[in-house]
Design a protein around this ligand. Sequence first.
Ligand SMILES: [Zn+2]
Length: 215
Amino acid sequence: MIAATPVAGGEKAPTLLADGFDFPVGKPDGDGYYKARGYRPNGHLGEDWNGKRGGDSDLGDPVYACGNGAVVFAENFGRGWGNVVIIRHVYEEGGTQKYVDSLYGHLGAIMVRYGIHVRRGQQIGTIGTGGGLYDAHLHFEIRKDLRVGMARHRFPHDDRTYWSPTDFIAARRTLTASAKSAMIPIFTFVPYKETTPVAAPDKRKPGLSVPGPGG
Ligand SMILES: [Zn+2]
């Protein structure tokens, strides 16, 4: 594993360029699992993945990084989330570099820590219950907007902020990568506690723009 390289006070850091995306359970295709709840804008902002064996039979099953990237969040957030991991990915598409965050919620164990780099298919945790709040399942999101972090209430609950995880992955199972690594924006999450909603990113700009302080 490559050493953590967050740049103090900086805005970018290198990580492994994503060469494709897999499903986060039953890798690489989700074999043995099904979506108990799908992605719905202004409803469920991710997908709930459960084991086909039913009940809590999937408790403790491995959860995998859906692509190469860097861990930008790994802690118990409480608030109905329990243990959460967020991985930031950079990939090449249409001649430009694009970014997404993948989020893995209600984990039993967290097996990574902030700042490390992970590879597609690497185990990052286990399926859990959010600390006993739910039947065991994985809540999985893919975000277009790198500012969201745990502050979902501050951003539009729709396609401006989120991808349908299955649609995103299915369209990007194999990607060409011109290098082993690339730069990602870091320190982009907005504070949780501010209540003012944040505007959606400007669609006219290519790729995703990350505003500087006060932006
Ligand atoms: Zn869910």
